[in-house]
Design a protein around this ligand. Structure first.
Ligand SMILES: [Mg+2]
Length: 275
């Protein structure tokens, strides 16, 4: 199984990375299973299927793993008793939690005046935090109170910021940090890269051992570190955030097993491995 990071590997912003579609289609022809793993919690998996399709890469929802879908998997496997969750995140995140059969408690509900004095844990099993563009004081207050009262604290990812054409904007990790601080310092369980949970969910769902998988990523601090922590062979591709000089300086858990310049070189590697 080949697990591709998306931004910086398959596309950069709105532009396809040259050779990515050709390589992925050649893997399809050889019946190699692929997955796409993104820390983004803002878009639905269906939206990624559409986006990849427009780039000439046919995919299915089952192949797309966002930090939200991995969080749903994490809850199912590790907190099966959690039924009622407070979601601080995008409408797509809330919809995916509901589609998984979880009862999503609206923030306004638990802050109703009639609610005061009752521990939030009577109503909330877990607080799930992703990137939320409607983030505000009320959400911090309610989420931190529920966490302080003992609800599980789950972060889709801990990215403090993410790049946009206008420069960096706050990521889910910055929002998580405020809730953590307000809770009195309760540490969240982080699902997304570089934690190993997202890759673990992918492998468990597919029934694949770490030794039978390879991760293709552009970010040593996220993809490569997560691959190491998951025991998966890692390939750093220099089509995104890392250049050759960065790759040369990597050590320890951030050092990939292989570095390739782009998809043509990666294709030659697969030709060797699959022959
Ligand atoms: Mg990337």
């Amino acid at each position: 199984m080949v697990i591709f990071d998306l931004d910086g590997v398959v596309y950069r912003g709105l532009d396809p990375v040259p050779g990515a579609a050709q390589l992925i289609n050649s893997l399809h022809q050889r019946r190699v299973r692929v997955r796409y793993a993104t820390n983004n919690s803002m878009a639905s998996r269906e939206a990624y299927v559409e986006r990849l399709g427009a780039m000439g890469i046919p995919s299915s929802v089952a192949e797309i793993v966002t930090s939200t879908s991995a969080t749903v998997g994490y809850l199912r496997h590790h907190l099966p008793e959690a039924r009622r969750v407070m979601g601080v995140g995008s409408p797509a995140m809330i919809a995916e939690l509901q589609a998984a059969g979880l009862e999503v408690i609206p923030v306004a509900d638990v802050t109703h005046p009639g609610y005061q004095g009752e521990p939030l844990t009577d109503r909330v099993d877990a607080v799930v935090v992703g990137l939320d563009q409607a983030y505000d004081y009320l959400r911090v207050a309610v989420a931190a109170t529920a966490v302080r009262d003992g609800a599980a604290f789950i972060a889709t990812n801990a990215d403090l910021r993410y790049p946009t054409p206008r420069g960096f904007l706050p990521g889910a990790g910055s929002l998580v940090a405020a809730i953590r601080a307000a809770s009195g310092g309760v540490d969240p369980i982080v699902v997304g890269k570089p934690e190993p949970n997202m890759f673990a969910e992918i492998l468990e769902d597919a029934g694949v051992e770490p030794a039978a998988a390879v991760v293709i990523g552009d970010n040593p601090d996220a993809d490569i570190l997560a691959a190491h922590r998951s025991g998966i062979f890692s390939v750093l591709i220099l089509t995104g955030v890392a250049d050759a000089a960065t790759a040369d300086g990597l050590a320890g858990d951030r050092q990939p097993d292989v570095v390739v310049a782009g998809h043509a070189e990666l294709g030659r590697l697969f030709d060797e491995w699959l022959s």
